[in-house]
Design a protein around this ligand. Sequence first.
Ligand code: ZN
Length: 491
Amino acid sequence: MEHPLKVFNSLSRKKEDFIPINPPFAGMYVCGPTVYGDPHLGHARPAITFDIVFRYLQHLGYKVRYIRNITDVGHLENDADEGEDKIAKKALLEQLEPMEVAQYYTNRYHKYMDMLNVLNPSIEPHASGHIPEQIELVQTLLEKGMAYESEGSVYFDVEKYNKTNQYGILSGRNIEEMYSNTRELDGQSDKRNSFDFAIWKNATPSHIMRWKSPWGDGFPGWHLECSAMGAKYLGETFDIHGGGMDLLFPHHESEIAQSVAANGKPPVKYWLHNNMITINGQKMGKSLGNFITLEEFINGSHKLLEQAYSPMTIRFFILQAHYRGTVDFSNQALQASGKAYERLMKAFARLDAIVPAEVSDFNVADLEKDCYDAMNDDFNTPMVIARLFDAVKFINAVADKQTTMSESQKLGLQKIQKNFVQEILGVKPEVQIDSSDSSLGNDLMKLIIELRLKMRQEKNFAMSDFIRDELKKAGIELKDTKEGTDWSKTN
Ligand code: ZN
C-alpha cells in the first residue's frame, strides 16, 4: 500500500510528515471526555475531527483500533494536582454516587455523538476500570527512579527526567521557563518542584473516590490513565494520538514523559491536535455566559441563539474549517452552513433521477483526485467540501436541463457521493426527530389523554373511543390502567 497521507505532527511541527503506518493495522488513541457535565461544542470538535481520521483511515483500507477513553476519576479542578475531583464534586452537589454522575453524562455524551453521526470508537475504556494497570505503572516509575513518594502521594520527577530526556518536547516549553514561572507558587506543597505532577494522589478522609494502593488509599493522577490504557490496548508505541490543543500541555506532555520513563521509547508516532472553538469571537466559558451545550444548540434554547441548529448543520459547520484552524460560532455563520448543507444534500438527491445522455466537459476523475489529494493533505475537509460544490453546480445544471451528463459521469458522481459525502465526511440527510423523544410530543400526548379522560367522565364514550381509534391509525396505542392511561408507538 502507498502512503500518500501527510499530517501535521505536533511533535515535529511539520506538515510534510508522511504516515508510514504499517498496513493493515493503525492504532489511534484520542482523549475523551471527563464526564461531569453536559456535552457542549468543546466536545463536538475533537469528536468530529478524529471521527474523520478514523473514517478516512478505514476508507484507505486500514484496520483501525480506535481508543477513546472516558475520564471518570482523577481529573481535578485546576487540571493539575489541586482542587477537588470534578466528578466527586458534582456527585456531592447532586447527592449521587460518583459513578451515577459519570454514567449519566457518559450516556448524554453518547446520545449527542450519535446525533452528530460520530462513529463509536473500537474500545472506550474507563479510567476507574483500569486502576491495577495504573498502580503497576506507578510502581514501574518508582523502580526506575523517575518518581518519588511523599506523604502518601507519588509524584513524577520532572527535573530528573529532564536530565536524560526533554520535558517540553511536544509543547516547546523548557524547564528553565517553568522554574521561573512556578517557583513562587511553591510552599505548602509536598512536591520537590512545583512542576512535578501527581501520578498517585493520597485521598484525604473526605475524598470519596479512593482505592487501596501500596502508598495508602488514593486515586490516580489524571495524566496516568492515558499512558496506562494506551499501552494496554495499542502497545508501547502506537501510530496516532489525538486531542484538543488545550491538552497539549500539561496532559500530553506528561503522557510522553511517563511512557518514555517507563518503557524507554516514545509512545506515539504522530500527535494530532484540533484547534479551539470560540463563540462570537470569545473563548467559551461558563463565566462569560456563552457556554452552549449541544442540547441547547439543537433545540435553540440558549439566549445567544436566534434559532435551533440541527446536528448535521453543526457537523457540516465544523468540517467547513480545517481542524487546525479556529472555528467561530455565530448565528450568521451557522445559518450560512445550514443553507450550504441543504444545497449539497438536495443536489445529490437530484442525481439519482438524472437520465444519462451526451457526455459534457465536466471532469469527474479530476474532482475525485482533488478530493483524495485534499484528504491526504492533513485531512483538508474544507477543500473537499469546496470541490463537492463544483459537483453540486454541475448536477443542478444537468437537472435544470442546461447541460447533460453521461452514464459514466453519473456513476462517477454517485461514487463520490458514497465515498466522500457519506463515508468520509459522514454527512447524511437530516432525520426526523422521533416524537416520543421530544418534550413537545410528550406534552401534546399528555393533553390528548387528559381531554379523553374528561370525555369519559362526562360519559361521552363515542368521542373518547374516536380519539383512541384515530391515534391507533396514526401508530399510537393507548392503554388504560388503574394508574391512568399510558401511550406507546406501535411501529
Ligand atoms: Zn488523555
